[in-house]
Structure formats: C-alpha cells, structure tokens
Design a protein around this ligand. Structure first.
Ligand SMILES: Cc1cc2nc3c(=O)[nH]c(=O)nc-3n(C[C@H](O)[C@H](O)[C@H](O)COP(=O)(O)O)c2cc1C
Length: 380
C-alpha cells in the first residue's frame, strides 16, 4: 500500500483534524454560511474571517456576529489580529469565552495597509520578537486550547524570513502553522512560492499547512507530494466552489477525478447559500452580500456573464431566486435541445470553437445574447 498523501493531524489532546484540507480564512467570504457549505463538502477545518483584537475587547456586536460558530461546522478556528501581546491575549480569552472555538489562529499575513499600519498582520513579519511574544502570550492565555498561526513568506522579496518565523512560531508554543507562499509586497500577484513553503515544512516539526493558488484536486495532490506539508488550505479556489473539498478528498483517496458540479447543483447550492445568508445577515444585507457568491457559482457556465449582471442588480431574495431559477431552466432547456440535435444527427456544433461565431460560446464573458436572446432583449 502506498503511503496516503494526507493523514489526520492531532493538535493537543482534544482536537484531531481528520482530513487536513482547510478553508483558508477570507474576510467577507468565510462567514458561517460559506464555512458550513465547505464543511458539508468535506473540508477538514474552517476558520473565521479575521477580527481585530480591539473590536473583540470593545465587545463590537458586528465582530461578535463574525465569530459566531455553529456546532455543525466544527472543527472551527477563530482568527484574530493585532500587534499588542497583552491585548491579543485578552482578545483570545474573550473569543474563547464567547464561542469555544476548537483553536485560535493568529493572523500574521494580512497585507492591508489599515492592518499593517497598526503593526498587525504581515507587519509582524518585520518584528519577529514582537510576533513571538504575541504567540507566547496567547498560547499561555488560552491553554490547553491549541493556538495556530498564519504567515506569509516575508515582507518583500528581499526579506523572505518564513523559516526564521516558523522557528519562532514553534518555540512560542503554537501547534500548527499555515504559510501563504507570497510576500506582503506581492499581495495576490505572481505565484505562491512553494519552495519556500517546502523549506518551512522541512525546518520545523509542527504540522505545516501549505497555502497558495490551489484550484484543482490535481494541484492539491501535486503540492502534497512535492512540498512535505501536512495539509493544505484553499482560499480563492473555494469561492463559488465548495465542491473542491469533496473532489480533492476523493482524488487524494482514489486517484479518480469526480466531475465538476453541473448547473443544477451550482444553482441549488447558491439558493441554499442565499437562504443561510439571509439567516445570518437579514434580507437586505444578505442579498447584497450574496451577489458576489452567486456570480462565483455561475462562473464558467454558458452565458453566465449576463446572468451575473442580472444577479448583481437584484434587491430581494425573491428576485435573486427568480434570476437563478430562470437561468437554470434556460440552461437545461438549451442542453436538452443540444442533446436532441445530436441524437437526430442534425449538424450541431462539435466544439467550443464552433459556438463562438453565433452561439453561446464557452467563454465566461460571452454569449448569453445568442443563447437566451429573449431574456436579454427584455432586460431580464
Ligand atoms: C478576499 C480575501 C480575504 C482574505 N482574508 C483573509 C483573512 O481574513 N485572514 C487571513 O489569514 N487571510 C486572508 N486572506 C488570504 C487567504 O487566506 C489565502 O492566504 C490567500 O488567498 C492565498 O490562498 P489561495 O491562493 O488559495 O486563495 C484573504 C484572501 C482573500 C482573497
């Protein structure tokens, strides 16, 4: 039997991450509705979007909503950021009191100026002593609950210090480290540097979670095979695509690639997601926050560019449901017609290219006008 590419990770006495392919924390994205969907699809660990230590200590109501954990999504971590060890320790204690997370994660990777100006997030990569002190204090404050840390590989190309930071993280008592293979200067440009991630995995004995640019099960397998990490975190590749967790788990276990979800599965999941967003944020904000998710669910489907525009204009749950269901109906009708045409051996387009002249096209950004002319003409 070959060694499995991924094994459970034990963090302390009470937490086992059975399948360490995690959802990377994403502000404005990884709230409980999305986390729950990802968990249902086999994601092994979810983490809240980051919250500021100060907002936690001020008892900000909105921040408390952001860290609300549901039983069904566990194991789940809460991610906090800040630059003062005392405040971070107190904020960690407070989030534990409020939600009893399975772990507390410390953000040392956020590149946003409003975070780095306060010396938090990736700014701590420039202050390893402060970073280490923060981790030490948080670990002590919430023990025996596991504390984990997420870093980037360095501040800029001239100061890549992920290995040094990783040793500090380990020495300070954290239990697991996630490394996003970009510098702060890169933000999200360029490619994640998996060689640096591999050297971190080699340098410490803590489990290292590799992160950056994984969008397919095959890439996940490749990264596990070649970098020596104990697990992976997937961020943007999961947007509108929680299936990536199920497909990756299946691929890692069997080597078989499950098909991508079809239009029906995507629309039905978007509708469930909408329902949960309304439960989370109420109708007004829920619909508005759902617009981007709905657009992501449709990405890559025939004619999705125009329907995404329509989704972006919806103001009520009913309007959004209507747009999504009409789109599904027309897509399925179109697919049936195509299948019928093929059965009758009517000359039908045989490739994506064949669609581009006067048909719907495979392109994400094109084609709905030809595919659903009445829909577009009526401005629906
Ligand atoms: C919209 C967005 C919000 C993010 N918010 C957070 C955050 O709150 N905390 C964090 O540690 N990383 C955050 N990240 C970084 C991701 O966790 C991840 O490290 C990064 O996207 C690279 O992984 P990917 O290529 O799989 O997306 C965010 C990324 C995006 C795109």
């Amino acid at each position: 039997m070959p060694e499995p590419l991924i094994k459970p990770i034990q963090l302390g006495d009470n937490l086992t991450i059975e399948h360490p392919v995690a959802l990377a924390p994403m502000a404005g994205v990884t709230n409980w509705p999305f986390r729950l969907l990802c968990r249902e699809m086999g994601c092994g660990l979810v983490v809240t979007e980051f919250v500021s230590d100060k907002a936690i200590l001020f008892d900000s109501k909105r921040t408390q909503e952001m860290i609300e954990l549901l039983d069904e999504e566990r194991p789940a971590g809460i991610q906090i950021f800040g630059a003062d060890a005392d405040e971070m320790a107190r904020a960690a204690v407070r989030v534990v009191e409020l939600q009893q997370p399975d772990l507390v994660d410390i953000n040392m990777g956020c590149p946003a100026p409003k975070v780095t100006k306060g010396r938090g997030g990736s700014s701590l990569l420039k202050e390893p002593d402060t970073a280490e002190e923060i981790i030490r204090r948080v670990v002590r404050a919430v023990a025996p609950l596991p504390v984990t840390v997420k870093i980037r590989i360095g501040w800029d190309a001239n100061s890549i210090n992920a290995v040094e930071m990783a040793k500090r993280v380990e020495a300070a008592g954290a239990r697991m480290l996630t490394v996003h293979g970009r510098t702060r200067e890169q933000h999200y440009s360029g490619n994640a540097d998996w060689e640096v991630i591999a050297s971190v995995a080699d340098a410490i004995s803590l489990p290292v979670i590799g992160n950056g640019d994984i969008t397919t099960p095959e890439q996940a397998a490749h990264r596990l095979r070649t970098s020596g990490v104990a697990g992976l975190a997937i961020g943007r590749g999961a947007m509108g695509n929680p299936w990536i967790f199920r497909r990756t788990a299946h691929y890692l276990e069997t080597g078989e690639l499950l098909p991508e979800p079809d239009a029906r599965e995507r629309v039905e999941t978007a509708l469930r997601h909408l329902q949960m967003m309304i439960a989370y944020r109420g109708e007004y904000i829920g619909v508005r926050e759902m617009r981007k998710h709905a657009a992501w669910y449709l990405k890559g489907l025939y004619g999705s560019a125009a329907v995404r525009d329509r989704v972006n204009q919806t103001e009520t749950p009913d309007a959004m449901r209507d747009v999504l269901l009409r789109y599904l109906e027309q897509t399925e009708q179109y697919a049936l017609e195509q299948a019928g045409a093929a059965d009758l051996e009517v000359e039908a387009p045989q490739s994506c290219d064949a669609y581009s002249e006067d048909g719907p096209g495979c392109e994400v950004e094109g084609g709905l006008g030809a595919q659903f002319p009445d829909c577009v003409a009526k401005g629906e």
